[in-house]
Design a protein around this ligand. Structure first.
Ligand code: EPZ
Length: 420
């Protein structure tokens, strides 16, 4: 089984370049189903979730050509409704964006339930369904299959989300962008990747305003035309390298970022004693041998990102004092705590809260990536541990990080992928 081996206690130094944002690329790829033309998408990250999505679209009849490094030409005009491959879509939660995209284009959609990381507990789509019904569609779930149908076509209306949902906001944007009439999404997610999707759709001729706020207005248009668009940098990948630099007591320049997207992570790192300097499209993070404990509560953007909490927990295992991490978005995202304990961490989880007490040292161990961000948290723990750490289940990590081993090696880490 492939695994990552890392030998710790080497401060990271040098420069790393951030790739395009996975969670922006995915909705934009599926949004191409709505476009009557060829879309050229730049800065697409080379991660498994993206290549799987391209496979899904190709399997449905789309032509997808890599025309330059990280640049793809996508033509979904040949795509047929309801032809997504159940086995493929089950592997990838983001495939449920086909519900909104196919409903918007064909007036109907049929997709197997999503897969993706499971953080304990369910990851429901009740808000997506509420939104589709508000737009005049009927929704049927049979086993693992969700079917959505608006025989007369989607009709714009008001959608109010009971809970902030990135996927729900995206799916309703996709369903309503070519609807008859106007749609108002209230209590919308505000993440940068929502803004990126809206910007992409607007380059295709959509009329979306308010993305990035909790009220998004969508005026239905007749047709979307092909366009050229570059994906924003990945704020979670950037945050991950920021935490790794701080945790190892190193000094790293992280290039191709939008500093504003990193504000919550920057503030927290400064809070614990790291130094973060900002440039136009870069941040420079300097750590130190011992950082201070802190309290974190994850929230939807612009709060501290849930997708950054495992990485911070790894750092906090050696921070001075006792830290508290509260997971405010998911039911339970602490499965990685047991893996950190194998390395000597003192971490106690009770429901949504983890209490992390300082230990003198972590020691290398054989640990497992239990999900995407937990996997990269284990790499950070391995970077600061004494001895060698081996991480299995690295397919999770490869879903969301473009060449993480290569990028860390170039920053001086003693790390390698061992292919069996
Ligand atoms: C997206 O997941 C991201 N995935 C996740 O990143 C990220 O953690 C999450 O947004 C929050 O930022 C992609 O973009 C592909 P949600 P999504 O709908 O859309 C509840 C990663 O590591 N909820 O905002 O599935 C839900 O259970 C991944 O890259 C409902 O109750 O997240 C959760 O508790 C992991 N009903 C909360 O809302 C619904 O209908 C947030 O979920 C939908 C969601």
């Amino acid at each position: 089984m492939d695994r990552i081996a890392v030998r710790g206690k080497r401060p990271l130094s040098g420069t790393v370049t951030i790739s395009g944002m996975k969670n922006a690329a995915l909705p934009i790829l599926y949004a191409c189903v709505l476009v009557n033309g060829v879309c050229t998408i730049e800065n697409v990250p080379n991660v498994r979730d993206v290549t799987m999505s391209i496979d899904i679209l190709r399997d449905m009849g789309a032509t997808v050509k890599e025309v330059a490094g990280n640049t793809f030409e996508i033509d979904c005009r040949p795509v047929k409704q309801g032809t997504s491959n159940d086995e493929l879509v089950k592997k990838l939660r983001a495939s449920y964006y086909l519900l909104g995209a196919e409903l918007g284009r064909f007036g109907r959609a049929r997709v197997s339930m999503p897969g993706g990381c499971n953080f304990g507990g369910s990851r429901p789509i009740d808000q997506h369904i509420k939104g589709f019904e508000a737009l005049g569609a009927t929704v049927r779930t049979a086993g693992e299959v969700v079917e959505v149908e608006a025989p007369g076509g989607v009709v714009g209306d008001d959608v109010f989300f009971d809970t902030v949902t990135v996927g729900g906001t995206i799916n309703i944007m996709l369903a309503s962008v070519t609807a008859k009439g106007n749609t108002l999404i209230e209590n919308a997610a505000r993440e940068p990747h929502i803004v990126d999707l809206a910007n992409f759709l607007n380059t295709c001729g959509a009329k979306i305003s308010g993305a990035g706020t909790d009220v998004i207005r969508i005026r239905g248009v007749k047709e979307l035309r092909g366009s050229r668009y570059a994906i924003i940098p990945d704020m979670i990948e950037a945050g991950t390298y920021m935490v790794a630099a701080a945790a190892t007591g190193g000094c790293v320049r992280i290039e191709n970022v939008i500093p504003k997207h990193l504000e919550a992570v920057t503030a927290k790192l400064e809070d614990i004693g790291a130094i973060v300097e900002e440039a136009d499209d870069a941040v420079i993070v300097t750590g130190r041998e011992r950082l201070n404990a802190t309290r974190i509560k994850t929230r939807p953007y612009p709060g501290f990102p849930t997708d950054m909490h495992p990485q911070m927990s790894a750092l906090l295992t050696r921070a001075h004092g006792t830290s508290i991490v509260v997971e405010g978005v998911y039911e339970n995202r602490f499965k990685y705590a047991d893996e950190l304990k194998k390395m000597g961490a003192d971490i106690t989880v009770n429901g949504h809260t983890a209490v992390i007490s300082e230990v003198e040292e972590l020691h290398g161990a054989e640990v497992e990536a239990v999900d995407l961000r937990a996997g990269v948290a284990m790499i950070i723990a391995g970077l600061i541990a004494d001895g060698e750490t081996t991480i299995t289940n690295i397919n999770y990590i490869e879903r969301g990080y473009d060449d993480v081993v290569g990028k860390l090696r170039r920053l001086g880490a003693d790390i390698e992928t061992v292919r069996d």
